[in-house]
Ligand binder design. Structure first.
Ligand code: NAP
Ligand code: HSE
Length: 410
């Protein structure tokens, strides 16, 4: 008897899952003692030319799909909340495990879907939904299930990290690099999700739930994407030896879980500063573990499909644990202690007054023909363009001697 598999979606991820299943058939049989068969695939557009040869029933009709077989497991790789929610809820309600890559659905409806799965004693797996090929979800649920975690931070969006790397290192244009990220299968169907930080926001909310035991309130996690970043901000940061990255983080202090998605400057001491291209990186901090780092491909067909198939095998081998609320030993009061403020020349006096009124120390200032960059102590909300700085700011390059002609510190 073979395991019957259903596949919802046959784009970058869905076709990757299909190929990975076909390639691994023999290994899977050895591991599970059963053959597998992709019994049916649901897509949206019947006319679309498929680049992957398919030996399975393909349909655009939900009823045809559901009646095609008694599925043992369903893979969901479409995107967005509906109809993915209705489809997933239906299978879980029938006790059929669902493996998903859909971080938006999980962040928005994960609590409800997990409750249905629990009630039906079945499995809702979403290893592939966060950080593509990095096995972070099942590590948090499994080998780190009782580890106290005080903070989790990461580069969770492959598209923007790829774009920032190409634009900064190779001086390529925004539109050109975005198009390439789309062609490579990294970007979301609507790339606004990547550029405005929504994708990373969904992912950090999922990670926060796994680290701190409950689903966070979305509004309590502010979100900023990469669209406000100006070339000259990057230029100033680079010359100091800082790297600009879209950082997602969540932390727990005094029983309160907080989080955010924001572009930030990372100093040379921060391991995530060197995470380039489509690669994602995640740092987990806790008193027993100090800092654990996970680095690997954050998007793309093979890496994501690999995570979905491994998630399925993980489940089939009955490895399914739950993270409780846990206690946090090491409290983190603040996630950064310095900020980098960028000012137009006309904002200088206003900024000086603001710093004085709020008693915020100005650590260093840098001039540029487009404006000024000020490193300041603290984490106050400012009325200016502001980035947190992560890491040891004392390691910044000394520009006075290196670039004094055009770019001196004063
Ligand atoms: P994609 O290439 O755009 O593929 C989406 C697939 O879903 C297509 O096959 C499409 O059908 C099908 N589909 C869309 N709406 C449907 C509907 N209402 N009914 C049936 N089928 C429908 O997207 P993707 O990149 O594979 O991403 C899929 C999911 O994985 C998303 O949730 C995404 O966030 C997540 N994810 C993606 C990556 C990545 O690197 N791409 C990594 C991790 C997670 P047609 O082919 O007929 O249009
Ligand atoms: N669009 C997502 C990214 C896909 O670029 O990270 C992987 O989740």
């Amino acid at each position: 008897m073979s395991l019957k598999l259903g596949l919802i979606g046959f784009g970058t991820v869905g076709s990757g899952v299909y190929e990975r299943l076909v390639q691994s058939k023999d290994e899977i049989k050895q591991l599970l003692g059963k053959n597998i068969e992709v019994a049916a695939i649901l897509v949206k557009d019947r006319q679309k030319k498929r680049v992957v040869d398919v030996d399975a029933f393909v349909t655009t009709d939900w009823d045809e799909f559901t009646n095609a077989a008694q599925f043992d497991i369903v893979f969901e790789a479409i995107g967005g909340v509906e109809p993915a929610f209705t489809y997933t809820a239906e299978w879980l309600s029938k006790g059929v495990p669902v493996i998903s890559a859909n971080k938006k659905l999980i962040a928005e409806k994960g609590q409800l879907l997990e409750e249905i799965a629990e009630k039906q004693s079945t499995y809702y797996g979403y290893e592939a939904a966060v950080a593509g090929g990095i096995p972070i979800i099942n590590n948090l649920k499994g080998t780190l299930a009782t580890t106290s975690i005080s903070r989790i931070s990461g580069i969770l969006n492959g598209t923007t990290n790829y774009m920032l790397t190409e634009m900064i290192e190779k001086h390529r244009g925004f539109a050109d690099v975005l198009l390439e990220a789309q062609e490579l299968g990294y970007a979301e169907a609507d790339p606004t999700d990547d550029l405005e930080g929504y994708d990373a926001w969904y992912k950090i909310r999922i990670l926060s739930r796994l680290c701190f035991g409950k689903w966070p309130v979305a509004d309590e996690f502010p979100r900023k994407g990469v669209s406000e970043i100006k070339d000259w901000h990057v230029e100033v940061g680079e010359r100091l030896g800082f790297k600009i990255k879209l950082i997602a983080e969540a932390w727990k202090a005094e029983s309160k879980v907080s989080g955010q998605v924001t572009p930030a400057f990372l100093t040379q001491t921060e391991p995530l500063a060197n995470v380039r291209g489509v690669t994602n990186g995640i740092a987990i901090e806790g008193s027993s573990i100090d800092k654990l780092l996970f680095i690997g491909p954050g998007a793309g067909k093979e890496a994501t499909a690999n995570s979905m198939v491994e998630d399925f095998l993980f489940h089939e081998r009955s490895y399914n644990t739950k993270r409780g609320l846990g206690s946090v030993e090491k409290q983190v009061e603040e996630t950064y202690t310095y900020m980098f403020i960028f000012l137009d020349h006309s904002e200088r006096d206003e900024a000086l007054n603001w710093a004085k009124q709020n008693e915020i120390a100005i650590v260093d200032t840098f001039s540029h023909h487009e404006g000024e960059g000020w490193i300041m102590e603290g984490t106050e909300a400012s009325p200016f363009v502001t980035y947190p700085i992560f890491g040891d700011v004392s390691t910044r390059n000394r520009l006075k001697t290196v670039h004094s002609a055009q770019f001196g510190a004063f």
